[in-house]
Design a protein. Structure first.
Lengths: 237, 292
């Protein structure tokens, strides 16, 4: 299987304080990888480094065969590396539909846009009802759906999700993960970060544990389940 | 009745000039999050550029407007490329850029003083004459000012709401990181915003100079008023800035007529203070809601 994202030994952080100390991971085409770990151990920092907001201080990032280590944020988006950030980061004065259409900002050819929009409305029927409503008036779950939907409007090859379950009620988390499952079935490569691993176990092909800026363990879901040490430390079993 | 019409016309003419000045200022604040203290000098330079072109080349007013726009845009672009862009992303950006743009303003003002001297010139690019409707006299220049402002501000509105460029600007203003994640080039957006605001400022300067005189300090007063308008409207709210420009100008004109011109601006400031005590976020500003 083709390697889509190859991260080798990267170091990154804020100012002179590294948060990520030599992390390596890979995401293949048509696969899903989950990074789990406690809060404050660098999960969001890792993702912000992958999408180019934080400069790389060591190691390399290859995306789709190209060196993306020092690529600018929008170049990575153009290449198909799309990051759905934590806390949704919607355009608060725009309507739901305008937010979604911003995802298609880089596409000069609009012939596909309506079809994509319909797909997202199929995935999240709630958003169709709310399409004209301004984003700042949405509930937490609806905001998450817009954030994910906006990411899906891009021409993504790899979608990165930063804690898609954060701050949502269990029922809504269920809906969000059903949508991500749909997305996975369609063949999209996915990298997802979560603090709570319970959602990940029937979703990811591979799990990496991030602790204090290091990947301390990685393996398949079955391996994680059979390793009592891993379960006890991180999966709450 | 005539008095009322006269006041409204004076107010709208003033408001047109204020709107040209404050819409650009608000656009810059909304997108880059900076107080552009050099905005007054963008206006002054627009006025002087048109004046110089008119003196040496005998151009008509219409061409002068384009020259003022070009001069304003040029100095705004240079300000961005030479100074502002190096400060972006710094945690002290807001304060640093305030000081830096104030410095740029002072340097440019001194430069103008050196080249043209401190003597105020009358603006030669000006249409003379007036038309009388009923008992109210309206100068042709006032009509031109209103038309130019209407045309330019509606063009900006169209650009912001209906074009891809505008979508990029609005997205960047509302959430810079998210806009970048959609593939918007924020550096380019900042440059575009500076150029647009500079264009509006240049024209504002030219229009203001037709109503008063050209002097290196001429931008100071409109800059102050534009700031006040932006704050009352709610910082970064471009539509609000446009509306408040007209509202406050009509208020200023009313006070100016009934109590005396010199009381117009102080009265406007008193009104502004009252508004800000009542609505600290500005008339059209939203209260900041922090949510995860």
């Amino acid at each position: 299987m083709k390697k889509l994202l190859q991260v080798t030994n990267i170091v990154s952080g804020y100012l002179n304080r590294p948060v990520i100390h030599g992390v390596s991971l890979e995401v293949n085409e048509n696969s899903s990888v989950a990074v789990i770990g406690p809060n404050g151990h660098g999960k969001t920092t890792l993702l912000r480094t992958l999408s180019g907001f934080l400069p790389l201080r060591g190691g390399s990032i290859f995306f789709n065969g190209n060196d993306a280590s020092h690529m600018r944020v929008q170049k990575r988006v153009e290449a198909g590396l799309v990051h759905v950030p934590q806390g949704d980061q919607l355009f608060s004065d725009m309507s739901v539909e305008e937010n979604l259409l911003m995802g298609a900002y880089l596409q000069r050819d609009y012939s596909n846009t309506n079809k994509k929009l319909e797909n997202i409305y199929d995935l999240f029927p709630k958003l169709k009802e709310r399409s004209g409503q301004v984003a700042s008036s949405l509930s937490g779950g609806e905001r998450r759906m817009v954030g994910i939907g906006r990411g899906l409007m891009t021409d993504a090859k790899l979608m990165i999700f930063d804690e898609p379950s954060l701050g949502l009620a269990p029922l809504i988390i269920e809906q969000i993960y059903e949508a991500l499952q749909e997305l996975r079935k369609s063949g999209m490569a996915i990298l997802v970060v979560e603090e709570n691993p319970s959602r990940i176990l029937n979703f990811a092909d591979k799990i990496c544990l991030l602790d204090a800026g290091h990947i301390v363990w990685s393996g398949t879901v079955d391996e994680a389940k059979s390793s009592s040490h891993i379960l006890q430390t991180y999966l709450g079993g | 009745m005539d008095v009322l019409i006269q006041i409204i016309i004076t107010g709208i003419t003033l408001g047109s000039m204020y709107a040209l000045a404050s819409v650009g200022l608000s656009l810059i604040f909304g997108t880059l999050g900076m107080f552009n203290m050099a905005h007054g000098l963008f206006m002054t330079l627009g006025a002087y550029a048109a004046y110089s072109a008119a003196i040496s080349l005998k151009i008509p007013l219409l061409l002068g407007i384009f020259i003022a726009m070009g001069a304003g845009a040029l100095v705004a672009i240079v300000t961005h490329l030479a100074v502002v862009r190096f400060m972006l992303g710094n945690s002290e950006f807001g304060m640093n850029v305030l000081v830096a743009t104030a410095g740029i303003g002072i340097i440019l003002e001194d430069l103008l003083l050196k080249i043209y001297g401190g003597y105020p010139y009358p603006q030669v690019l000006k249409v003379e004459g007036l038309v009388k409707i009923a008992n109210v006299a309206i100068t042709y220049q006032a009509i031109i000012i209103c038309l130019v402002a209407l045309l330019l501000i509606s063009s900006i509105a169209f650009l912001l709401m209906k074009t891809r460029l505008g979508r990029g600007i609005r997205a960047t203003a509302q959430n810079r990181d998210a806009a970048m994640l959609m593939g918007v080039k924020s550096d380019t957006v900042f440059l575009q915003v500076m150029a647009l605001a500079g264009m509006l400022a240049g024209v504002a300067g030219l229009m203001i100079s037709t109503q008063a005189t050209l002097s290196p300090q001429m931008g100071g007063d409109p800059l102050l008023k534009a700031f006040v308008i932006c704050v009352v409207a709610g910082l970064g709210n471009v539509w609000g800035a446009g509306l408040c420009a007209f509202g406050l100008a009509i208020f200023e004109a009313t006070i100016g007529f009934y109590i005396g011109v010199r009381f117009g601006f102080p009265a406007m400031l008193l009104l502004v203070i009252a508004v800000l005590i009542w609505r600290p976020q500005g008339l059209f500003g939203q209260e900041k809601v922090v949510r995860l």
